[in-house]
Design a protein around this ligand. Structure first.
Ligand SMILES: C[S@@+](CC[C@H](N)C(=O)[O-])C[C@H]1O[C@@H](n2cnc3c(N)ncnc32)[C@H](O)[C@@H]1O
Length: 341
């Protein structure tokens, strides 16, 4: 038996920050966008990205070995190009760009996770708020470029989940939806595009709401999708047949979670639906590693915030009066947890 044991996976996960940071630096440098549909030599790429000669060929060949770049030929004349995947998902000009969350991960989460051990020992957030500065959202929204980066990051990580939700959820008996903490309005836009009978409201703090208004206008949906800025910690939620919250409950401790579940219940008619879109952890807490690591990320970002299981969600919702709940898988580690009034 002991002969069959191998440290390979232990080493792979332990050293996973090497491939992760190589990819994150390539996104930070705009390498995949610089390449676009073209092929370039190492020397041309080095010049275009303003890198030191030490980066060529090691950096580019590492990305080839990690299958994030293709290379035609060998040696100094070899030409590097995007793979089909990096061309579709990591070129900033691609409509399927998901690099927003990776840019945020590189700029913020990678350095903050360096202090995970301290967070586990203290239960304290390890982000900008660590040194007594403003709360995470205030801090992020204090600079337009950081607000933009965060909005892009949220859209990047949520787009596939929202598309799946818009396609899978049965909207036939509903007419209105309110997305709470809707950031740049993406969920409301996708639901309105997929269901012409639906009217949606995207709500958030003032700064994201202004961005949402622009996105909705650009999508020519401002006849059926509106925005409302509100503070969901203090303001009642607009009434609607469906209340959605994408990655909202996990940002808060249990007391605030219950406040939001109650607020959703109060804003719904009988038969209405409360939908949270999150990386719902499996009830046995054994399988959804990404959901569990997202919960550790909430420790890093907020201290007492946490992700949760379907059973947790069911218990909280029944406590405030919802009749029943269900879990609908969306994409990857994410699901919709739905409670019916
Ligand atoms: C993690 S993001 C989720 C964004 C989007 N729902 C998604 O799933 O991609 C949390 C959102 O909650 C909003 N938010 C935070 N505190 C808020 C508050 N007190 N009132 C309203 N919105 C708030 C933030 O501005 C941000 O857009």
């Amino acid at each position: 038996m002991s002969e069959a044991l191998s440290p390979a996976r232990i080493m792979e996960v332990g050293m996973a920050f090497w491939p992760a940071k190589t990819l994150l630096s390539a996104v930070e440098l705009g390498l995949f966008t610089t390449l676009g549909a073209n092929a370039m030599t190492g020397a041309e790429l080095k010049r275009a990205l303003n890198l030191h000669s030490r980066a060529n060929p090691d950096f580019f060949d590492t990305l080839v070995a990690l299958r994030f770049l293709d290379r035609d030929g060998d040696g100094a004349d070899a030409r590097y190009r995007n793979t089909a995947e990096t061309a579709r998902f990591l070129d900033r000009f691609s409509p399927h760009y998901v690099g927003g969350f990776l840019e945020l991960a590189n700029a913020r989460l990678y350095p903050f996770w360096g202090d995970l051990t301290e967070a586990l020992r203290t239960g304290k957030a390890q982000n900008e708020t660590k040194h007594g500065r403003a709360g995470m959202f205030e801090e992020l929204y204090s600079k337009p470029e950081r607000l933009e980066q965060f909005m892009e990051a949220m859209a990047g990580i949520s787009a596939a989940n929202f598309r799946a939700f818009a396609q899978r959820f049965d909207f036939s008996r509903y007419k209105t939806l309110c997305d709470v903490g809707g950031a740049n309005g993406l969920l409301s836009i996708l639901v309105a595009q997929t269901h012409p009978h639906m009217r949606c409201i995207s709500t958030d703090l003032p700064a994201p709401t202004a961005i949402a208004a622009q996105k909705i206008q650009a999508a020519r949906l401002d006849d059926r999708v509106s925005v409302q800025s509100l503070d969901f910690c203090n303001d009642p939620l607009p009434r609607a047949d469906v209340i959605t919250m994408g990655m909202i409950l996990h940002d808060w401790n249990l007391e605030k979670k219950m406040h939001l579940v109650k607020a959703a219940y109060n804003a719904l008619p009988a038969g209405g639906a409360f939908v949270v879109i999150e990386n719902i952890i499996d009830d046995a807490r054994r399988e959804n590693a990404f959901g569990l690591m997202m919960s550790l990320n909430m420790l890093i970002e907020f201290g007492d915030a946490f992700d949760f299981t379907g059973a947790d969600f069911d218990r909280w919702c029944r406590q405030v009066g919802f009749r029943e709940t269900e879990i609908v898988h969306l994409a990857g580690p994410a699901s919709a947890a739905i409670a019916y009034k």
